[in-house]
Design a binder for this molecule. Structure first.
Ligand code: AMP
Length: 287
């Protein structure tokens, strides 16, 4: 069984050597960065990468710099053997799983900050988070030099941040967004869903349902504020312990909208807590 698993490399030099061999043969490479605890959402990224490229590199790295001091870094689910099997099954042919010391020199002094796109939504609620994400993704893109890299629309703000840093830093890797994968009842798949009890999982459903409803209600251009406030109240009533935000934003610029004038450009967003689990989701307003 283990002989069929995709090989794992832990050093940047070994990743680069493998990619260089493929590139010398004229073969394309797709990169799928993850923090592991893989589920079907991650595997949809692998399949998209597989469809577009001759080779797929999956990465497993729980990046400490994107977790705040009171966040779930030490509790974050880790199961490399299961992740390796899932990556292999979905079609990855190499897995890059570096340790923290390989990614960050003790005297590292560079941080990538993406302005404006991080002013709203999760930015103010998770200070430093997007700096951590932008820095590690810039590093992974430079390390792998893939033709394309695949990220989920589930983390829409993250996806826009990554598109921006790729353009601003002249990184020659196409950034591809992949539609959110949901359970049959509509809850977006997330590695953090496994923290929830059955009861909490039931409460969580109010998030996608409420966002779908909000998207339909604001599409006609009525004021957003009362509709967003109503969803905030509905989430609390459903059993969410805290709502970080409910917002309607331009999907590209991520600036809040008072009213939706172009439904095709607008998206609804929310982040809320059930116990110690923070859930986020987003949806298009116009199809
Ligand atoms: P993570 O391991 O949570 O950092 O996620 C790694 C990648 O998988 C990111 O690009 C996420 O946006 C993406 N992802 C996570 N959940 C989903 C989902 N339910 N559908 C699609 N992509 C997802």
């Amino acid at each position: 069984m283990s002989s069929r698993l995709a090989p794992v490399v832990r050093r940047v030099a070994d990743l680069r050597a493998a990619v260089a061999r493929w590139r010398a043969a004229g073969e394309t490479i797709g990169l799928v960065p993850t923090m592991g605890a893989l589920h079907d959402g991650h595997l949809a990224l692998v399949r998209a990468a597989r469809d577009d490229n001759a080779h797929v590199v999956g990465t497993l790295f729980v990046n400490p710099t994107q977790f705040g001091p009171n966040e779930d870094l030490s509790a974050y689910p880790r199961d490399e053997a299961a992740d390796l099997a899932a990556f292999t099954e979905a079609g990855a042919d190499l897995v890059f799983a570096p340790g923290v010391a390989e990614m960050y020199a003790p005297d590292a002094a560079t941080t990538v900050t993406v302005a404006r796109l991080t002013d709203h939504l999760c930015g103010p609620h998770r200070p430093g988070h997007f700096d951590g994400v932008a820095t590690v993704v810039a590093k992974l893109l430079n390390q792998a030099r893939a033709d394309a890299a695949y990220f989920g629309e589930k983390d829409w703000q993250q996806l826009q941040v990554i598109r921006r840093l790729g353009a601003d830093l002249d990184i020659d890797t196409r950034i591809v967004g992949v539609a959110t994968v949901r359970d049959a009842d509509g809850l977006a798949l997330s590695s953090r869903n496994r923290y929830m009890t059955v009861e909490q999982r039931r409460i969580a459903l109010a998030l996608p349902r409420g966002l779908r409803d909000l998207a339909a209600r604001v599409a006609d251009g009525r004021p957003v504020a009362p509709e967003a406030a109503a969803l905030q109240d509905a989430l609390a009533a459903a059993g969410f312990d805290k709502v970080d935000y409910v917002a309607v934003c331009d999907g590209d610029a991520l600036q809040p909208l008072d009213r939706v004038s172009t439904p095709a450009r607008a998206r609804v967003f929310a982040a809320a807590w059930i116990g110690r689990t923070r859930l986020i989701d987003n949806m298009a307003v116009g199809a």
